[in-house]
Design a binder for this molecule. Sequence first.
Ligand SMILES: C[S@@+](CC[C@H](N)C(=O)[O-])C[C@H]1O[C@@H](n2cnc3c(N)ncnc32)[C@H](O)[C@@H]1O
Length: 179
Amino acid sequence: MRSDVDIWLEEIAERVLREVGIRESHAVLDFSCGSGHYAVPAARIVGEKGRVYALDKSRISLYKVAKRAKSEKLKNIHMINTSGELKIPLEDESIDVTLLYDVIHSHYFSVTSRRELLSEIYRISKYNALISVYPKHIDLEDIKYEIEKENFHFAGKLFKTLLHNRSLTQDYLLNFQRR
Ligand SMILES: C[S@@+](CC[C@H](N)C(=O)[O-])C[C@H]1O[C@@H](n2cnc3c(N)ncnc32)[C@H](O)[C@@H]1O
């Protein structure tokens, strides 16, 4: 029997990420990419002219991303293995889309470190870039308020089929635009 991960990667993910706003030739940062369940389909969408930066502090997770990228012959995913620091090793105003999926919550970040992270994301984002947030384990209105305070304009709430903890689920995403 096919797993939810297989169904997600083979049938659902690309459509959902296009609806989120990822396009061909975009530079995408998947901050805290985990095993790459979003980074890999994003790389298929952006194509040869685009690039996906898959950033995580877990080397094992990045190994899984690299393995999947290799099996799909995707050459446009660049792994960034950090030690969990909030400084992102990317140029100012170089990114079209940042994904913050199931990471921006108190399990990983305090309110202060979230503010620091958002300011880094602001720095690396192009003018009008998209920041898409999958707000798990946190109140939607609270995180919306925090992100708007850091100079991002709320661009919409989407209800989508998503993958969470290797299971398909229906959930909300919040999209923001860098001012
Ligand atoms: C729950 S997983 C979500 C993975 C992926 N975004 C998804 O939705 O499938 C959270 C990930 O965040 C990573 N992470 C947590 N804090 C981090 C930090 N400060 N810097 C980089 N990665 C971090 C963890 O290693 C883990 O892979």
